[in-house]
Design a protein around this ligand. Structure first.
Ligand code: ZN
Length: 84
């Protein structure tokens, strides 16, 4: 089974790092799940540039939320226009 199939898709053309105040292009997708509010298969996605990957990984890791880190190219994408 593809573990990315339950990850939230990321929009085409909006791959900007989730780091606070960072506008850099994201190269990593951090898949995470908060068992208190998400079903076990759900994967939230944070995007990270090279500079912020370690910080965001640590933030999620300390809380036990981090599941997987993948290159952004492996994330499921959707075109925003196709959703409406
Ligand atoms: Zn960044």
């Amino acid at each position: 089974m593809n573990p990315l199939s339950t990850a939230d898709p990321v929009a085409e053309g909006e791959l900007v790092c989730s780091g606070k105040g960072c506008r850099a292009e994201a190269v990593w997708g951090l898949l995470w799940n908060n068992p208190k509010i998400h079903t076990p298969e759900r994967r939230k996605v944070w995007l990270a540039c090279d500079d912020h990957r370690a910080h965001l990984e640590e933030f999620l890791g300390l809380r036990g939320f981090l599941q997987q880190v993948v290159p952004v190219g492996e994330l499921e994408r959707f075109a925003p226009d196709a959703q409406r």
